[in-house]
Design a protein around this ligand. Structure first.
Ligand code: PHE
Length: 350
C-alpha cells in the first residue's frame, strides 16, 4: 500500500482518538472528506502511475475514504451519546415516592363553566367543535351578513394581521365553516346540525372592570326543518338551569345582530334575588345574559343551506360573563390576571 495512504490512516486514527468534542470532528470531516480534503487530494498522485498501479491505488484510496467516513460518524455518535448522558446525570433527582403536595393547581373558572355547559349540550345531542382564533374577514363578517363598511363592524374592532386575517371578535366566526361541514349530512341524511363552539375572542377595547380585550364565548347553532324560537328557548332554559343548579326563568327582548332575524337579548331571572328586584339586577329582576336569534337566511345560504327548506337558531353565550355570575367575580380583569391567589379559589363542584 502506498506510504502516503498508510501515513494518512495512522494520522486519522490518532486524531480520532484525541478528539473530544463535536466541533473537532466536524473540522476533521471537512479536512479529510471535503471536496478539497486531503483524501481527494491523494488522487492527484494517480497521474504518474501505471494502469495496474492506478487500479490498486484507487481501491486503497476508496477504502480509506469509506473508513474515514464510518469512523468519524461513529465517533460523532459516541460523543453525542456521552453528551446526553452527561446532561441526564446532571439533572436533579426526584423521588417518586414523595406524596402529592396539597398545592396542586385548579381549573380556571372559565374552564369550569365551559365544561359544564359542554356537558349539558352534549347530553342534548350537540357536537363540540373547535375553531381557530385567527380567521378571515369573510368568516368573521361577510359570511355573517356584515358587509364591508357596515356600522355593526364598529362594535367589533379587533387586531389585524399583516396578511389581512384577524383575531376573531366572536365565536360566530365559525358558523360558516360549521354549516359547510355538516350541510351534506343535513340535506342527504336528514341529520340536524347541532353544534356548540366555545372559543377565545378578541376586541380592541380599553379595559375596565366589565371590559376586556380577550374573553370567551360559546356559540351554539341548531339547523333543521321547522326549527323555531320555542326550540331556542327550550335549549337555553335547560342549559342554564343545569349550570346554575336551579330553575331559571328566561325572557327575550328584541336585539339587533345582522346575522339573525329576528334577533334577541336573552335575560335570565336574577340569581341573587330570584326575580324580586335587588341592586345586582338594578331592581328589574332580570340579568342580561345571551344574545341569540333565528339564523338569517343569507347566513344559511352562505353556508350552503337552502333557507327556504331549513331554519335554525344561534346563540352567543358569554362564557366569561357566565363565570363571573356563577362565581361572583366582580372585576373581569381578575380572570386574565394569572394571579394564583385569585384563581385558586375556584374548584369544580363535583
Ligand atoms: N356574535 C354576537 C356577539 O358577539 C352574539 C350573537 C351570537 C348574537 C349568535 C346572535 C346570535 O356580539
Amino acid at each position: 500500500m502506498d506510504e502516503k495512504i498508510i501515513a494518512m490512516r495512522a494520522k486519522l486514527e490518532e486524531e480520532l482518538a484525541a478528539a473530544t468534542d463535536l466541533q473537532q470532528l466536524e473540522t476533521m470531516r471537512v479536512t479529510y472528506l471535503g471536496k478539497k480534503g486531503c483524501i481527494t487530494d491523494l488522487l492527484k498522485d494517480m497521474k504518474s502511475l501505471s494502469p495496474e498501479e492506478k487500479k490498486t491505488f484507487g481501491q486503497d484510496v476508496n477504502l480509506l475514504k469509506n473508513e474515514a467516513t464510518e469512523k468519524i460518524a461513529a465517533k460523532t455518535e459516541q460523543l453525542k451519546n456521552e453528551e446526553i448522558l452527561r446532561e441526564i446525570n446532571s439533572m436533579p433527582e426526584f423521588d417518586l415516592s414523595i406524596p402529592v403536595n396539597m398545592d396542586r393547581g385548579s381549573y380556571h373558572p372559565i374552564t369550569l363553566v365551559q365544561r359544564e355547559c359542554e356537558k349539558v349540550f352534549i347530553s342534548m345531542g350537540f357536537n363540540v367543535e373547535n375553531y381557530s382564533e385567527i380567521v378571515t374577514d369573510y368568516e368573521c363578517f361577510e359570511a355573517l351578513n356584515i358587509p364591508k363598511h357596515h356600522p355593526a363592524r364598529d362594535m367589533q374592532d379587533t387586531y389585524y394581521l399583516e396578511n389581512g386575517q384577524l383575531l376573531k371578535t366572536h365565536t360566530s366566526a365559525a358558523q360558516n365553516a360549521i354549516y359547510k361541514k355538516y350541510k351534506d349530512a343535513l340535506v342527504n341524511d336528514g341529520v340536524p346540525i347541532k353544534a356548540i363552539f366555545p372559543g377565545r375572542c378578541f376586541r380592541n377595547e380599553s379595559t375596565d372592570a366589565c371590559h376586556e380585550n380577550t374573553f370567551f364565548q360559546m356559540e351554539g347553532v341548531m339547523v333543521d326543518k321547522d326549527i323555531s324560537i320555542s326550540n331556542l328557548i327550550y335549549f337555553m332554559k335547560t342549559m342554564l338551569s343545569e349550570v346554575f343548579k336551579k330553575d331559571i326563568k328566561v325572557r327575550l327582548r328584541p336585539g339587533f345582530f345582522p346575522f339573525v332575524e329576528p334577533g334577541f337579548e336573552l335575560d335570565i331571572s336574577c340569581l341573587i334575588c330570584g326575580g324580586e328586584g335587588c341592586p345586582s339586577c338594578k331592581h328589574s329582576g332580570w340579568l342580561e345574559l345571551c344574545p341569540c336569534g333565528m339564523i338569517h337566511p343569507e347566513v344559511l345560504r352562505a353556508g350552503g343551506i337552502d333557507p327556504d327548506e331549513y331554519t335554525g337558531f344561534a346563540f352567543g353565550l358569554g362564557l366569561t360573563r357566565l363565570a363571573m355570575m356563577k362565581y361572583g367575580v366582580k372585576d373581569i380583569r381578575d380572570l386574565n390576571s394569572g394571579s394564583l391567589k385569585t384563581l385558586a379559589q375556584f374548584t369544580d363542584d363535583e
